[in-house]
Design a protein around this ligand. Structure first.
Ligand code: IMP
Length: 426
């Protein structure tokens, strides 16, 4: 198998690393792009010239004409939003027809999952800060073996019964406090099911498609959503999403074995951001937080919420390199730091029991760690036109060298602006 024939793209922080752009750039050289987990909680932003696309469920590869785009079995598929996104792309002239496949084994995310998600967050004493897109309840139904899959849409009465039971269960969980009117919820469920026939027209066995593509010598990208620190097992539980965002989830989430994957590219922002609740050890003081948020446009692509910002956290990056088995690293948004006079990197966490360079399992302890910083001189020059590493200022190259050294995986790409063309391939 050629190196790079089957590559996973994975976020190495708390999501929003710029995976959409990296997938878009790499998609040019591949044949199939498959999402392996998550749902409409993701917001993958791609800029092409003056145009901006925000993709929630359809892989970012859709913006490259002719490429096959798959939603794997690990995805929880919001049917209404999926078709909205599909139609919106078609209206903007993207040739979506015949290019999108959805796994028959993918679970449907139905409107009652969203109502349940929002009601749970409203009531919770300790809020996760979810996107409200129904992700937790949909995966809960999947793990609880009461979910409805794409293939079930062929099932008539049996499927209807499962949906009725799902709706009833959600209502019980929501209790009296829901803002969703009962009739509206039922009407939305009905609308989703009415799209079932159309969805079945796109149904496929994603594992089989990907395997056949690889056997035919084609190249495949497996597109992750969210990031390592939001992984259900390896992230800052309970402030995580409900799927395995890490590279291990890629094989399971599309239906191929781990030996079919030969490379894993981890995406890191040149600094750190987080949206939703939970600890952010290298978080800035308020003034710098706002400054970087403004410079980097750090507002959620799905919810519009302001992202918290902080310095690059090498403890997390090194952990992500290990958990994902990174073979390469893509650094994004380097240009956002262009005007910053001094740039810090978190190299260790100071705890009551001494310093550690390992990312702790105990999320509550992460709330009280003090980052140990290393200080680097900024470059205070424009990087947005750099086409190769040698075009970068000396201090920017030194910063990247240190990021690479601390992360422990080679940097293969550096993004220096939002446009497709603003990319350095190493
Ligand atoms: P959920 O995935 O909507 O259940 O949200 C759980 C946590 O993951 C919250 O902190 C969200 O803000 C975060 N999250 C979910 N999707 C994304 C994403 O695409 N980017 C960044 N954070 C996300």
């Amino acid at each position: 198998m050629a190196n790079g024939q089957c590559t996973v793209i994975v976020g190495c922080q708390w999501g929003d690393e710029g995976k959409g752009k990296i997938v878009d750039v790499l998609a040019e050289d591949v044949d199939v792009i498959a999402r392996y987990q998550g749902g409409a909680n993701a917001g993958h932003t791609v800029h092409i010239g003056e145009e901006q696309f925000i993709l929630h469920q359809i892989p970012s590869g859709i913006l490259h004409s002719g490429k096959r785009c798959l939603l794997g079995n690990g995805v929880v598929l919001d049917v209404l939003q999926f078709f909205e996104e599909y139609e919106a792309l078609a209206k903007r002239g993207i040739d979506v027809e015949g290019r999108v496949g959805v796994s028959e084994r993918a679970h449907l995310l139905l409107p009652y999952h969203k109502a349940h998600d929002r009601a749970s967050e409203d009531k919770a004493a300790e809020k996760i800060g979810t996107t409200g897109r129904g992700i937790g309840p949909a995966y809960e139904a999947k793990a609880g073996r009461v979910g409805v899959r794409v293939a079930d849409l062929r099932g008539g009465e049996r499927m209807e019964k499962r949906v009725r039971e799902g709706l009833e269960r959600a209502r019980q969980r929501i209790g009296g406090g829901s803002a969703e009117p009962k009739d509206e919820l039922e009407a939305d469920v009905r609308k989703s099911l009415e799209l079932g026939g159309r969805l079945l027209g796109m149904a496929t066995d994603t594992g089989l498609e990907v395997t056949r593509a690889l056997r035919a010598g084609k190249r495949v990208l497996l597109e992750g959503a969210q990031g390592t620190a939001l992984d259900l097992d390896h992230g800052t539980y309970p402030f995580v999403t409900s799927s395995n965002t890490t590279a291990g989830g890629a094989g399971t989430g599309v239906g191929i074995g781990p030996t079919a994957i030969d490379s894993v590219v981890g995406v890191v922002k040149a600094y750190t951001t987080r949206v939703g609740n939970g600890p952010l050890p290298s978080g800035f003081e308020p003034e710098m937080d706002q400054h970087i948020r403004d410079l980097g446009g750090e507002y959620g692509a799905t919810t519009g919420r302001p992202r918290r910002c902080g310095w690059f956290d090498a403890v997390l990056a090194r952990y992500a390199a290990r958990v994902n088995g990174l073979t390469g690293v893509a650094v994004t948004k380097l240009d956002v730091l262009d005007t910053i006079p001094e740039i810090l990197i978190t190299v260790a966490y100071s705890t009551a029991h001494g310093d550690t360079e390992e990312f702790p399992a105990d999320t509550w302890s992460l709330e009280s760690v003090k980052p140990r910083y290393e200080t680097h001189p900024g470059w205070q020059a424009d990087t947005t036109r750099a086409k190769s590493l040698k075009d970068l200022p000396k201090n920017a190259r030194a910063y990247l060298d240190r990021v690479e050294e601390l992360t422990g995986a080679p940097i293969t790409m550096v993004s220096v602006g939002t446009d497709r063309s603003q990319i350095i391939r190493v």
